[in-house]
Design a protein around this ligand. Structure first.
Ligand code: PXL
Length: 270
């Protein structure tokens, strides 16, 4: 173990195989110590018919006060579903106060999919996220989030020119390296990386299935591999491969997340 400790900031959905319930096992499995800042506790994620929501913003200053007293710092940050604008301001404080040298800030905007915002989010949330992303080193939007961030029309049919224009504009907006996820090209699916100089695609076979939580799995595996020294394309390939394997392993009738557990377990046995 090389001693990397990442702080992941996202909600705890008690049921739903998303956010912290996937980030924790995946980060650990791929070799980094996972520390958490839970932003909210939900009964289940917001793709279910109903959900309860306990906002934890009020607790965060006390958590920070004690991290300060205990001299705690982090070698990286991974932000996912934050839930409230108030949490975003506190995230900026965390970057200022708890970064060890060179700690990358990786942000998945995690506010929408399939052309729509998740339940409970609106234009104000998107605007605040636009601002927060300026603090990131790497951002991991899907195409839906990219379009909301850029006020761009969401398309399901597009060419490489459209995707490359999107990543260039996101880079101009945020100054962060852009890893656009769920990009489809030539019948394949994967990521388009833009680091301010070159566009690079990391594509593989498309598993013909959609599921919630795949973005969270991708982000956790990507962040862990990147923090442990993988290049951006290598981290994308590992994370994208994991998502594909999880989709394949998920029973057809299982409709709220991916059954990633057997996939991780079988990797351990190798
Ligand atoms: O997987 C993204 C996500 C995370 N957390 C909550 C969600 C969702 C997607 O719907 O509702 C609470």
């Amino acid at each position: 173990m090389n001693g990397k400790r990442i702080l992941t900031v996202q909600d705890l959905s008690c049921v739903g195989q998303c956010s912290l319930t996937v980030a924790l096992p995946v980060l650990s499995h791929y070799g980094v110590e996972a520390a958490v800042l839970p932003t909210a506790v939900l009964s289940n994620h917001t793709m279910f018919k109903s959900w309860s929501y306990l906002d934890l913003t009020a607790e965060i200053p006390a958590i920070y006060e004690n991290w300060k007293k205990n001299g705690i710092t982090f070698s990286g940050f991974l932000l996912g579903y934050l839930g409230k604008v108030s949490v975003m301001e506190l995230c900026k404080r965390a970057f200022d106060e708890f970064s060890s040298d060179g700690a990358p800030v990786i942000i998945d905007p995690a506010f929408g999919d399939n052309g729509k915002l998740y339940g409970g989010f609106d234009g104000e949330y998107v605007a605040a996220m636009r601002d927060l992303l300026k603090r990131a080193d790497i951002i991991l939007p899907n195409l839906t989030e990219a379009c909301f961030l850029l006020d761009e029309e969401y398309k399901t049919q597009y060419g490489r020119e459209y995707a490359e224009d999107i990543v260039r504009r996101l880079y101009a907006l945020t100054g962060a390296t852009v890893v656009l996820t769920g990009v489809e090209s030539d019948g394949l699916i994967g990521e388009l990386i833009f680091d301010g100089r070159n566009c690079e695609y990391v594509l593989s076979e498309k598993v013909p299935r959609f599921s919630h939580g795949t973005g969270d799995i991708f982000a956790a595996a990507f962040a862990a591999r990147y923090l442990n020294g993988a290049s951006l394309p290598e981290a994308c390939a590992v994370a994208g491969g994991l998502v594909a394997d999880c989709l394949k392993a998920t029973a057809p009738e299982h409709d709220y997340g991916v059954q990633f557990e057997d996939v991780l377990f079988s990797q351990l046995k190798k």
